[in-house]
Design a protein around this ligand. Structure first.
Ligand code: ATP
Ligand code: MG
Length: 212
């Protein structure tokens, strides 16, 4: 089996995430893609995230009807910092030795991979696939790892959760940026109506340690 792993805060999940999963699944013949919800990743401490149950429900709604997309709460069940290397190890342990893991990343995440916890081991554990973001910008990781990240040459979808939150806060439509079911949930729960307050990065919080 070939598994894709796509981690994110998914606040909210949007069509950019779903296309990333779908494009990679087609290009690399993946049997399925696990979308792994991050509780509070180390590199996202500058704003308050929506409550986990709401982000989880939106992820479930977005994956409904597509058997290749599997929402994963694996990182939510773990205490302490959510390191990608631990997530990959858990997937490896659960599967068969011959299973292959593909870590899917947007260009922005791929560029910072060398700041992630035990990143060299990530390369031993999984093949890394990066998708362009922001008007076709391609990742430019440091030369040590540049050759080890495969870039999927597909047109970038300029969609981000940040912009979606901004659109909702200003009363604008987010139709065609998220699945209809996710749009309805956001409206029903009144999410993102107020711009979220930045939170202080707490160096003592386990989730704020350097890693990824
Ligand atoms: P935010 O704006 O809050 O950072 P986001 O849109 O970047 O949200 P994340 O949950 O941070 O979404 O992203 C999870 C993963 O999906 C990251 O690897 C990110 O680079 C990738 N990704 C997100 N949107 C896209 C997109 N439009 N095209 C390709 N990759 C994407
Ligand atoms: Mg992001």
């Amino acid at each position: 089996m070939k598994y894709g792993i796509l981690g994110g805060t998914f606040d909210p999940i949007h069509l950019g995430h779903l296309r990333l999963a779908e494009e990679a699944a087609d290009a690399f013949g993946l049997d399925c893609v696990h979308l792994v919800l991050a509780a509070l990743p180390p590199h996202k401490t500058t704003r308050e995230l929506s409550p986990i149950p709401l982000r989880w429900r939106m992820l479930e709604l977005a994956c409904q009807g597509n058997p290749r997309l599997v929402p994963s709460d694996l990182e939510l069940k773990r205490s302490g910092p959510s390191y990608t290397i631990d997530t990959l190890r858990e997937f490896k342990n659960k599967g068969k030795p011959e299973d292959k893991l593909f870590l899917l990343l947007g260009a922005d995440s791929a560029e910072e991979i060398q700041t992630w916890h035990r990143y060299r081991e990530i390369f031993e554990m999984a093949s890394l696939i990066a998708l362009p973001r922001k008007g076709g910008a391609r990742p430019h990781p440091i030369s040590e790892i540049a050759g080890r990240i495969q870039i999927l040459e597909v047109p970038a979808l300029e969609i981000s959760s940040t912009r979606i939150r901004h659109l909702v806060a200003t009363g604008a439509s987010i139709r065609y940026l998220v699945p209809d079911s996710v749009e309805s949930a956001i409206r029903e729960w009144g999410l993102y109506k107020v711009t979220m307050q930045p939170v202080q990065s707490d160096a003592n919080h386990p989730c704020c340690e350097v890693g990824g």
